[in-house]
Design a protein. Structure first.
Length: 292
C-alpha cells in the first residue's frame, strides 16, 4: 500500500513541470510559484475546517515551518523562475537526483538508517538518470540548472520532514497545515505579483496554473506523505526515480517534444532500480497513528 500511495503522489507530481512551463509562458513566475500556494491555502483551510482537524502542537508547528520552507516556498518558486528559460524535459532530467537528495534528507531529518544495498540500488538509479540526461545532451550547467538544483535540495528537505511528521499528523493534515499556515506570506506575495505583472492569459496557461495550485501544491501530497510515513521516507522516496520519465511523457504529449527509444530504455532501467530499492530494508522511527 505504501508503494502504491507513493506512486500516486509521483504520478501527480510528474505533471508539475510541464504544467508550470505552460503557465509561466504567459503568467509571472512569482505569481505562478507562490500564487499556487495561496490558492491551495484556501482549499486547505476549507478541508481542515470541515474535518475539524486539531491545531498542531508547538513542536509540530516548528516542523511544519520546515515543510513549508521546502515545498511551499522553495520548490514552486525556484522551478517557476527556472522554467522561463529551460524546457520541462530539460528540468526533468535534473530532477532525477531528487530521490538521492530525499534519501540524504531522510537520514538527517527522519532518523532513518538505509542499508548498504539500499544505497547501491539508489546509486544505480541515480546513475541511470544521469546517464539518460547525458544522452539527451542536457548541456553545460546554467543559472536555470542551478535554480532547479536548489529547488531539488529544498524539496528533499520538505519531503523528508513532511513524511516523518505524517507519522503523527497524517499525510493530508501535514500539507494542509503547511500551506494554510503559510497563507499570511503567500497571499500578499501573490497579490503583489499579480498587481505588478500581466495576468491576462489564455485557457492553457490558467489550466496549467489550476493544476499546480490544486494538485501539485496540495492534493498530490495526500498520498505522497501517507506513503512516505508508512513505507519510510528514504525507501518510498526512491519511487521518484520514475518521475523524470513520466514528466518526459507528459512533455511530449503536452508540448510536442520528441520521446526517443533511449527514453524507453532508460525508463526500464530506472524501474528496475526502484524494484531494487524496494527489496532492501530501511530502519525508521516508529509509526505513530494516534491522529490518523
Amino acid at each position: 500500500m505504501a508503494l502504491f500511495l507513493g506512486f500516486l503522489g509521483v504520478l501527480a507530481f510528474s505533471f508539475t513541470l510541464p504544467a508550470t512551463r505552460v503557465a509561466v509562458e504567459q503568467l509571472d513566475p512569482t505569481f505562478v510559484g507562490i500564487g499556487r500556494e495561496a490558492f491551495a491555502a484556501l482549499l486547505a483551510g476549507l478541508i481542515l475546517f470541515l474535518t475539524r482537524a486539531p491545531f498542531p502542537s508547538r513542536a509540530q508547528l516548528r516542523r511544519l515551518a520546515i515543510v513549508a520552507f521546502g515545498v511551499v516556498f522553495g520548490w514552486p518558486l525556484f522551478t517557476a523562475i527556472a522554467l522561463q528559460d529551460v524546457t520541462s524535459a530539460h528540468s526533468a532530467v535534473i530532477v532525477g537526483i531528487l530521490p538521492a537528495a530525499t534519501a540524504v534528507a531522510a537520514v538527517l531529518r527522519a532518523g532513518e538508517r538505509p542499508t548498504r544495498g539500499f544505497w547501491l540500488a539508489s546509486l544505480a538509479g541515480l546513475m541511470a538518470v544521469l546517464g539518460f540526461a547525458a544522452s539527451q545532451g542536457a548541456g553545460l550547467p546554467s543559472t536555470a540548472d542551478l535554480l532547479i538544483l536548489i529547488a531539488v535540495a529544498l524539496s528533499a528537505i520538505g519531503y523528508a520532514e513532511g513524511g516523518a511528521l505524517a507519522r503523527e499528523l497524517g499525510g493530508w493534515r501535514v500539507i494542509c497545515w503547511a500551506v494554510l499556515l503559510s497563507a499570511p506570506l503567500t497571499i500578499p506575495i501573490a497579490l503583489v505579483a499579480a498587481a505588478g505583472s500581466e495576468v491576462h492569459a489564455d485557457a492553457d496557461a490558467w489550466l496549467g496554473f489550476a493544476y499546480v495550485a490544486g494538485v501539485s501544491a496540495l492534493l498530490g501530497f495526500f498520498p505522497w506523505y501517507a506513503g512516505l510515513a508508512r513505507g519510510g521516507v528514504a525507501k518510498i522516496g526512491q519511487v521518484q526515480l520514475v518521475q523524470p520519465l513520466l514528466t518526459l511523457a507528459w512533455s511530449a504529449a503536452l508540448l510536442g517534444e520528441h520521446v526517443s527509444l533511449i527514453t524507453l530504455f532508460a525508463a526500464v532501467l530506472v524501474v528496475l532500480c526502484v524494484v531494487g530499492t524496494q527489496r532492501t530494508q530501511v530502519g525508521q522511527a516508529p509509526l505513530v497513528t494516534s491522529q490518523r
